[in-house]
Each structure stands twice: as C-alpha cells, then as structure tokens.
Ligand binder design. Structure first.
Ligand code: FES
Ligand code: FES
Length: 166
C-alpha cells in the first residue's frame, strides 16, 4: 500500500491542505489536488520545462520534485503571475503583443521562467535571456518571438520600476 501524507502548500498566496501519496510530484499536486491546471506536463522527466513554476522566486521543474519538498515554500504558478483580474503581468502582456504563443502548451513554463529571471535579475543581457530560455522547449514558435517578448517585457518592467520610484 502506498504511503499517504497531509501537506500544506502555499500557492499564489493561498494555503492548500492536501491529502496525497508521499510520492506525488509537485506538478501532479498542483494540477490534481489544487486544481491549478495552468502548470502543464510535457515530458515528465525534466527536459521540456512545460511544468516550470516559481519556488521562492526561483524557476523549478515541478515534475522533478515531490510535493512534500515544497512545504513551507512560496509557490507561484502561471495563475499567480497577473497582479489582478484586469491586468496581465508585463511578461504575459509582452507574449500577447509579440505573438510569442502558438499552441500555447509551453507558454506557462516560459512565462514562469521569464518572470523568475527578470524579477531576480532585471539587468540581464540578451545572452543571459537567451541562455535562460534555452532551458525550455517550444515546438511551434521558433523562439525568436519569445526572445522578442522577453526583451519587451524587460523594458516594460524597467519602466514600471522607475515609475514606482518617482
Ligand atoms: Fe517537467 Fe517536461 S514536464 S520538464
Ligand atoms: Fe506550441 Fe510552444 S507555442 S509548443
């Protein structure tokens, strides 16, 4: 019989108490227990990055860790990126405006990846951005539109930062 456990997960500012198997991955817990299905599963073995979420601001592959390992950590998924219901996060806005989405399967992972990078290292150069983006796979866009979106998002986040400093 598989071992079960009760976990408390803090996701997008909300507390979820779940009863699950000890072997449940964070990705499965988010999708199946918390009903946050914006986190996608592609390869399920750490290659594609579709399952990327932010743990204490750091992008991680949620298919590669147990949900139990995320207890006590602030988890942010694609559902938690936008500041409110009426506004997108600058990275989401830039993806929309730069046509960086086709089928959209990879998009939640790319959004979390880029939010993590640009919030942690707002002065990242183009090589840093390209290097970070190389962690995730996209079958559709050819990547250039995603790079364009990243540059546009970085510019907008800088503008918003300087507006809030005034
Ligand atoms: Fe996690 Fe592919 S589903 S890296
Ligand atoms: Fe289809 Fe990236 S938009 S996999």
């Amino acid at each position: 019989m598989s071992q079960r456990c009760t976990l408390h997960l803090y996701v997008n500012g909300n507390r979820y108490t779940i009863d699950t198997e000890a072997r449940t991955t964070l990705a499965d817990a988010l999708r199946n227990e918390c009903r946050l299905t914006g986190t996608h599963l592609g390869c399920e073995h750490g290659v594609c990055g579709a399952c990327t979420v932010l743990l204490d601001g750091q992008p991680v592959r949620s298919c590669l860790m147990f949900a139990a390992q995320a207890e006590g950590v602030s988890i942010r998924t694609v559902e938690g990126l936008a500041p409110d219901r009426d506004n997108l996060h600058p990275v989401q806005q830039a993806f929309w405006e730069s046509h960086a989405v086709q089928c959209g399967f990879c998009t939640p992972g790319f959004l979390c990846l880029l939010v993590g990078l640009l919030e942690e290292a707002p002065d990242s150069g183009i090589d840093d951005i390209r290097d970070a983006l190389s962690a995730n796979l996209c079958r559709c866009t050819g990547y250039q539109s995603i790079v364009n979106a990243a540059i546009a998002a970085q510019r907008r986040m800088r503008e918003l930062g300087s507006e809030s400093d005034r």
